[in-house]
Design a protein around this ligand. Structure first.
Ligand SMILES: C[S@@+](CC[C@H](N)C(=O)[O-])C[C@H]1O[C@@H](n2cnc3c(N)ncnc32)[C@H](O)[C@@H]1O
Length: 218
């Protein structure tokens, strides 16, 4: 049975799925499931923190059909490809990644998915690409860098007022000597003037030492 959890996100036999934008195409060897002529891609929570957040009870999934999304730390496109399914052919996912090796695989994904636009750049230098991106409806950040809070704030210049932001905070990349909760508190403290925190959650048992935070731009 297909149950819609959010617009564009489904539960099928207890698997989280998105509707495949490119029929027959797999991005990371995920399972394809066809029901009533519609093809879905299973969304592995061990490979994608956004899928783990959905399973862990995410309440705000603000990304919808037609949205433009700025995605920082796209890697080889696992999660970004599911976001691409959700925004559909009228939306765009700007995929920022600075590793040339990951970018090689990401380019193959972007060739098949015309709504995914690769941006080979350092997210610490948004001035190099934000002009091309323009204003976006949502910001997603999953970069394992020490300056995660500064990267988030600088890139949020592209986010529309009221837009949703998804921030995966990796405490160990910021300061391995501090307790994760202390690091999370410091990071969220830096964001409180510009953002409302809608929810925050652990990604256990799928991922450890990360805090998944949903914010809305004031
Ligand atoms: C945990 S992985 C992202 C996984 C991906 N979000 C997914 O779920 O499919 C983090 C990525 O951030 C990239 N990254 C780290 N620092 C970055 C920076 N300053 N600018 C751009 N990409 C960065 C890394 O190369 C890596 O591919």
């Amino acid at each position: 049975m297909v149950k819609e959890l959010f617009k564009g996100i489904y539960s099928i036999d207890n698997r989280i799925c998105t509707r495949n934008l490119v029929n027959g195409n797999k991005v990371y060897n995920e399972m394809l499931i066809t029901i009533d002529g519609i093809e879905y891609r299973s969304w592995n929570p061990y490979r994608s923190k956004l899928s783990a957040a959905v399973i862990n009870g995410l309440k705000h999934f603000g990304i919808k059909e037609g949205d433009d999304v700025l995605y920082l730390g796209a890697s080889t496109g696992t999660t970004a490809s599911h976001v691409s399914d959700v925004v559909g052919e009228n939306g765009h996912v700007y995929c920022v990644e600075f590793s040339e090796r990951s970018m090689q695989n990401l380019l193959e994904v972007c060739e098949k998915r015309k709504n995914m636009l690769p941006v080979l750049a350092d997210a610490r230098e948004p001035e190099k690409y934000l002009g091309m991106v323009g204003k976006v409806d949502a910001l997603y950040q999953d970069v394992s860098a020490r300056e995660q809070a500064d990267i988030f704030i600088a890139n949020s210049a592209a986010l529309k007022k009221g837009g949703y932001a998804y921030f995966v905070i990796k405490s160990q990349s910021i300061d391995i000597s501090k307790a994760p909760n202390e690091v999370y508190k410091e990071v969220l403290g830096k964001l409180k003037d510009g953002f409302e925190v809608l929810e925050q959650m652990s990604l256990e048992p799928f991922d450890s030492a990360h805090l998944f935070v949903v914010l809305r731009k004031k």
